[in-house]
Design a protein around this ligand. Structure first.
Ligand code: ADP
Ligand code: MG
Length: 727
């Protein structure tokens, strides 16, 4: 009875908590040791070169070529001292992962001397071929060149003896081929727009930064099980598998004691993360069995995203050593919670004020409200685009499902602020009588709310949590740049509008605070439909949100279209974040990615059914048939039929299931063939979604029924209870 599963179970039983290099120094002593921080730059660079980098980081000034060589030399000296032998431009193509191409420092000069070489020009820019990155037609084959260019605002770091230099990735036309460039542009746009609004209150503010704290959820599965499951191996999720009798219904995993094998893994990757300057703060068990979460202390968004991507790399790497596979997929297991990457988002001034923190005085509260309602207004304006920015094949299995944010956008603000916004709404058009006093009382009613767990709505995709918004619909596997640049751009647009309206009113003679208050009220009224304090999981909300005209995310190919709608094109053009050509390219990449991933899943499912499940079912059916035959030989036909009535039914049932599986797999393949013929990316993705996807659920259902019928010893794939409950 040797099969994959038995071998996996045997191998699993040998896995213990792994030993690893455990630092006994306090973290503060080695934190950031593998990062070329400002502190190290001061040591390794000339004062002029150092000043260049600092102004480039702080003000976005581009680095003077004259200093590039000096900076490169300093960086190289440090890296080589740290044991680095190679360097790479590290960038984020449109794939959710990162890309690197290592070059050795070692070089030979004209006299044949061997030395470590790293030129300024190589630091600043590199030509990267690889027209094989997704580009949505932005790179014609006759001009396939792309460039990576240094992003000094995110420090270089050493991973695997390689100096990694964060870069943006652009086509020879300057059009962006990555996730980072539009992100950086959106951060700049939001900075400009927010500064203009904040300066209505405080003339000292010169810069506003986006702060981001992404909470990373993930599953761990033993690598012996992982290797025995082609679906996990290829698709990062189980395509079939009956739920375990017990999974999360007793709610005994969330915040439970972390199993020792997992703990060793966590400590190991955390230590490595600290060395890379990633300030991990939180770790805990999540709701589903073998699901966990870690969260860093928030920091500037561009850096936070780089950190998250490095963290995912690290976790994958370290997991190997501990015989785990880490699954970042949004829904690796049916029937239990999926994983998200909640994006905690706020705005902070260079004077150190969190603009989403309600203040102590009516005046600071007026500032808070201006920003707060602009964010809500932005989410309202682009609610479908924002939702679609988190749409992907893998997240579509999670959203709207079991304990996951619903697939329609809404904003939750909490009881206190809901009351405040309502009273602002209810105020009669003011300008007469007592209203100035009323206004002041409303504004001063806002207490300095501390982040408070009691006033949390876990069913909202976009929730205010005391001093920040939390975008909870974002998927666990993604580079969060896309949802972040959509959010940043949308908020920048409304802040600009806010400032414009206030200016107009003041020009028309309104007093400063009155003008501001009127625009706040206008924004509150305009965005009323997006605010929802109730249960987002409920059926009522589905109906209510439809009444309010909020469009749910029904299908990914449909959602992708939001990226090229006239409103989106206008939004991204306003700040030159992405041109219509760049948006269209992204659109094409997303549709293609959807199609390809679904195609792969459908192929794997077909293989599993035809080559693993059906043969197993038939093998088991034959043992039943043999048994009946034997009984017939002993007792005769009539007696056997009496004795085996349920067994005979089971034999029939298995035939029915096998037949239905074979038919569905065949038909699914036919649908795929038809879809593959379609030339247009949208048509193809839509056909996959509408004609191929439905088979996957049907096939799974029957296969899972067979799993419950077939002798456990024969079942070829590790079962849910083994993968989820084995520690
Ligand atoms: P939760 O209770 O929501 O699971 P966690 O502690 O897991 O909270 O994660 C919260 C995340 O929000 C952390 O990354 C934290 O640093 C981040 N965060 C806290 N305050 C802010 C803020 N003002 N702006 C952005 N992120 C923040
Ligand atoms: Mg958390």
């Amino acid at each position: 009875m040797s099969n994959f599963r038995i071998r996996a179970l045997q191998e699993f039983s040998t896995h213990r908590a792994e030993r690893f290099f455990e630092e006994n120094r306090p973290v503060s002593e080695y934190f950031g040791q593998n990062v070329f921080t400002l502190e190290k730059m001061r040591k390794y660079l000339s004062p002029d070169a150092y000043a260049q980098v600092v102004s480039s980081i702080r003000e976005g000034v581009s680095i003077d070529r004259r200093f590039a060589d000096q900076i490169a030399a300093g960086m190289k000296t440090w890296a080589v001292e740290m044991g680095a032998t190679h360097y790479t431009h590290w960038f984020h193509p449109m794939t959710d992962s990162t890309a690197e191409k290592h070059e050795a420092f070692v070089d030979r000069d004209a006299e044949g001397h061997i030395f470590e070489n790293f030129k300024g020009s190589t630091l600043v820019q590199q030509e990267s071929d690889g027209s094989s990155f997704p580009n949505g037609g932005l790179r014609n084959t006759f001009e396939a060149r792309g460039y990576t260019a240094w992003d000094p605002s995110s420090p270089a770091f050493i991973l695997d003896n390689t100096l990694c230099i964060p870069t943006v990735f652009v086509a020879y036309t300057g059009e962006s081929l990555d996730m980072k460039l539009p992100l950086l542009k959106s951060l700049r746009a939001l900075d400009r727009a927010a500064v203009d609004v904040v300066r209505l209150f405080d003339r000292n503010v010169r810069k506003v930064e986006v702060m981001l704290g992404p909470e990373q959820e993930y599953f761990l599965v033993d690598d012996a099980f992982y290797r025995a499951r082609p679906d996990l191996q290829i698709c990062n999720r189980t395509l079939i598998g009956h739920t375990a009798a017990k999974d999360q219904q007793l709610e005994d995993h969330y915040f439970g004691t972390i199993p020792s094998r997992t703990m060793a893994f966590m400590k190991d990757f955390e230590t490595n993360a600290y060395k890379l300057g990633i300030l991990l703060k939180t770790r805990h068990n999540e709701v589903a069995p073998n699901q966990f979460e870690c969260a860093p202390l928030y920091c500037e968004a561009n850096l936070a995203i780089d950190h998250n991507l490095i963290l995912m790399l690290l976790m994958r790497k370290v997991a190997k050593k501990h015989h785990f596979k880490v699954l970042f997929h949004e829904k690796p297991f049916d029937g239990v919670n999926g994983s998200g990457k909640h994006c905690n988002w706020s705005l902070v001034t260079d004077t150190g004020v969190n603009l989403l923190s309600p203040g102590r005085t009516p005046r600071t509260n007026l500032q808070f409200l201006s920003i707060f309602v602009s964010v809500i207004r932005a989410v309202y304006e682009h609610n479908y685009l924002l939702m679609s920015s988190v749409a992907s094949l893998s997240n579509s299995y999670r959203l709207g499902g079991h304990e996951a944010p619903p697939a329609v956008m809404s904003v939750f603000v909490g009881t206190t602020l809901d009351k405040v916004l309502r009273s602002i709404e209810d105020m009669s058009d003011y300008g007469e009588g007592d209203t100035e006093r009323e206004r002041l009382s409303v504004v001063s009613e806002i207490p300095e709310i501390l982040p408070d767990n009691t006033d949390r709505n876990r069913t909202s995709p976009f929730a205010f949590t005391g001093n920040r918004f939390e975008f909870r619909a974002v998927g666990s596997s993604v580079n969060v740049s896309a949802p972040m640049y959509v959010l940043n751009a949308a908020v920048a647009q409304q802040l600009r509008r806010f400032k414009g309206l206030v200016d107009e009113k003041m020009a028309a003679g309104e007093k400063h605070d009155d003008a501001i208050f009127q625009v706040i009220r206008q924004f509150v009224l305009e965005s009323k439909a997006i605010r929802f304090e109730g249960n987002g999981y409920g059926k009522e909300w589905k109906e209510e949100s439809a009444r309010r005209g909020l469009k749910p995310l029904d299908s990914v190919p449909e959602a992708n279209k939001a990226l090229i709608s006239p409103e989106t094109v206008k939004l991204f053009a306003e700040d030159s974040i992405l041109s219509d050509r760049e948006l269209y390219a992204r659109y094409e990449v997303q549709q293609e990615t959807y199609t390809k991933k679904l195609q792969i899943e459908a192929r794997v499912l077909g293989d599993l059914i035809v080559n693993h499940i059906v043969p197993t079912a038939i093998k088991f059916q034959n043992t039943l048939i043999d048994n009946c035959r034997g009984l017939r030989d002993l007792f005769g036909q009539e007696k056997m039929e009496q004795m085996c009535s349920s067994q005979l039914k089971m034999i029939e049932k298995i035939s029915r299931y096998v037949d239905s599986l074979r038919r569905d797999v065949h038909d699914m393949i036919e649908e795929r063939k038809k879809a593959n013929q379609l030339q247009d990316v949208t048509d193809r993705a839509t056909a996959y979604c509408e004609c191929v996807l439905p088979y996957m659920g049907r096939i799974r259902e029957v296969s899972d029924k067979l799993e419950m019928l077939v002798d456990d010893e024969l079942w070829p794939l590790p079962k849910y209870r083994e993968m989820l409950l084995s520690r």
